[in-house]
Write a protein that binds this ligand. Structure first.
Ligand SMILES: [Zn+2]
Length: 76
């Protein structure tokens, strides 16, 4: 099952599954809510990933088909 994860070195311009260009970046931790974040959330540029950061969390998400996209290396 682990190998089913889709990995990219950089944020993809299009979803590898459905071809949508609505790819949002995950934001982990407790973000500072401000107008810019509100706009990004509303526009689907950012999705909140929660406060618990693991080694291998997805980095991006297709907001159309909800596909999670992982990075190729651990972040730390
Ligand atoms: Zn998609």
């Amino acid at each position: 099952m682990e190998e089913d994860k889709i990995r990219r070195t950089r944020k993809p311009r299009k979803c590898p599954k459905c071809g949508s260009d609505r790819i949002a970046s995950y934001l982990f931790g407790m973000p500072m809510f401000d107008e810019k974040l509100d706009r990004d959330l509303e526009a689907g540029r950012i999705v909140l990933g929660g406060c618990c950061v693991a080694d291998d969390d997805p980095r991006w998400k297709c907001t159309d088909c909800e596909l999670d996209i992982y990075g190729t290396e651990p972040r730390f």
